[in-house]
Ligand binder design. Sequence first.
Ligand SMILES: [Zn+2]
Ligand SMILES: [Zn+2]
Length: 63
Amino acid sequence: MSDNDARCGHASCRCTVPSGSEYCSDYCREAAATTPEEQTAYCDCGHEPCVQAKEASLMDATV
Ligand SMILES: [Zn+2]
Ligand SMILES: [Zn+2]
């Protein structure tokens, strides 16, 4: 963890963003503007950390 990287502003997103940026993608910018009830448990921005988290959660759900 370094001071140069910050977490994406979308609560469910696992991405880090460069200092000065608030979101990793337009998807997260829009998702963060929705109400908490509308937000999914995983992030759909398409970046690797979030794709893996989504696949893991979907696997858990089918057990
Ligand atoms: Zn994400
Ligand atoms: Zn993000």
